[in-house]
Design a protein around this ligand. Structure first.
Ligand code: ADP
Length: 446
């Protein structure tokens, strides 16, 4: 069931129930009021009857009846009787009352009662040592008619109001939720081809506005990751195709005619270089996807980071004996929790970038402690990174546009950043084109 239908139904049922309850309450109050009011009138009748009875002896019976009918406005179907109840005989009642009621009338000084539609009042009084019982009964015809009128009108009004409540609550709910339906319609039309579209936010403070804003923010994030994925695929295929094209081209040209052994050797060397580059790209890529898939399974150990940097530098010396990296490690016993193999890969990548993009100029590596962190900065005086590229430099396969003369695949920084991330650390690259670059690795200390 739609939310709008559910809200409308609930609201209508609740309002209708309240209306019916009100109708019943008014009817009950009114009938009680009428009963009490009629009972008061009966009491007054009793008083008058009592007074007349006391004065009765001054008039003859016919005179008495004449005065009574002339001066007393009687109630509908009124009956009156005055019965002597103190001479030891069983009193005889003119009207028919139940035995239980008769007992009450005799035993109580004053009593209000009703038998079906008949209402009655009784009162005892003493005169010259005798006890008399006055009983007055009547039917409240007007009251009953008024009550009937009230009941019928209330039922008619409620029956008219209930459909109106349903109609209006459906209209109001639908109108209130109309912007939501519009937004759902719009959201349904947003897909991969028009991910740049956003929902209109008319009132950012109401619930629908907040929902639309949250949805738009979700679209922002999706768009960023979608375009990152797109550029990842295009960059990856580009990086794979370049060495492959070089390998195929080299082989085809060489095979086009017979060559000297030296020419074949040169071709094989070129092919090997291409294959090497492809191999290193694939290795880095595999490592990156392995880390992504098994982040939780990475094992850590406690290591003195100063010692670790010195050992890593020695490993890098084998790869690039021409490097001019100066280590500045004043602090020892700075213990960090790392996976040695992974962090070595990350640091060697950063060393290699610093040396490669500065053509093996001097590179300073400093180790400093800041509160509960250790900072490893790798500073070179190389080609630097253009400002426009700086933000995107950590994305896989992204290379700045000043690196045409340098070999590389653009996967190293993405891998290093990922590795440092799983060490709860951070990699911050700052750079100025043609001046130099600083790669700052921040790791938490134990
Ligand atoms: P690559 O294999 O291209 O070096 P990386 O992922 O290691 O790939 O680096 C990505 C890009 O970042 C590089 O192509 C380069 O444009 C830029 N870069 C990284 N480090 C440096 C640096 N020290 N100096 C200048 N540019 C750098």
């Amino acid at each position: 069931m739609k939310i709008s239908t559910r809200i409308s139904l609930l609201f209508s049922l609740l309002t209708s129930s309240i209306l019916i309850l009100f109708g019943i309450t008014i009817y009950v109050f009114e009938s009680q009021h009428q009963f009490i009011d009629f009972q008061d009138r009966l009491k007054k009748r009793i008083e008058i009857t009592e007074n007349f009875f006391l004065e009765k002896e001054s008039f003859s019976t016919s005179e008495y009846e004449k005065i009574r009918s002339q001066f007393l406005q009687t109630l509908p179907k009124e009956t009156e009787e005055v019965i002597l109840i103190s001479n030891g005989t069983i009193p005889t009642f003119n009207q028919t009352y139940s035995d239980e009621l008769k007992e009450k009338l005799i035993s109580k000084n004053a009593h209000s009662f009703n038998q079906g539609e008949i209402q009655g009042e009784s009162k005892q009084f003493n005169i010259r040592g005798e006890t008399f019982l006055i009983i007055v009964t009547a039917i409240d015809d007007i009251g009953t008619q008024n009550l009937l009128f009230l009941r019928n009108r209330t039922i008619i009004l409620i029956l008219l109001a209930i459909p109106l409540i349903f109609i209006f609550s459906f209209l109001i709910t639908r109108r209130s939720l109309f912007p939501l339906s519009k937004k759902i319609e719009h959201a349904n039309n947003i897909g991969a081809s028009n991910l740049d579209q956003r929902l209109k936010v008319l009132n950012p403070n109401d619930e629908i506005g907040k929902l639309a804003t949250a949805f738009n923010k979700l679209l922002d994030r999706l768009e960023i990751s979608f375009s990152a994925q797109k550029s990842f695929i295009s960059n990856a295929s580009h990086e794979m195709r370049n060495p492959l094209t070089a390998i195929i081209g080299e082989a085809e040209v060489t095979l086009s005619k017979t060559r000297t052994p030296e020419e074949y050797k040169a071709t094989l060397i070129a092919i090997l270089e291409g294959a090497d580059s492809l191999n290193s790209t694939m290795t880095n890529l595999l490592q990156l996807s392995k880390i992504n898939a098994n982040e939780e399974g990475v094992l850590f150990e406690l290591v003195d980071i100063g010692e670790f940097i010195i050992i890593t530098k020695k490993s890098y010396d084998y790869l690039n004996p021409l490097n001019k990296i100066n280590l500045n490690i004043p602090n020892r016993n700075l213990i960090v929790k790392i996976n040695k193999n992974l962090l070595k890969t990350a640091i060697i990548n950063l060393f290699d970038n610093a040396c490669k993009y500065s053509n093996n100029k001097e590179v300073d590596v400093n180790l400093e402690q800041f509160n509960k962190e250790v900072n490893i900065s790798i500073i070179d005086k190389g080609i630097g990174i253009p400002e426009n590229d700086l933000q995107k430099i950590k994305a896989p396969f992204y290379r700045a546009n000043n690196t045409f003369e340098y070999t590389g695949s653009g996967i190293g920084l993405a891998l290093s950043s990922k590795i440092i991330g799983i060490h709860q650390g951070d990699l911050i690259i700052t750079s100025q084109e043609n001046i130099g670059t600083q790669a700052l690795v921040i790791l938490p200390l134990i």
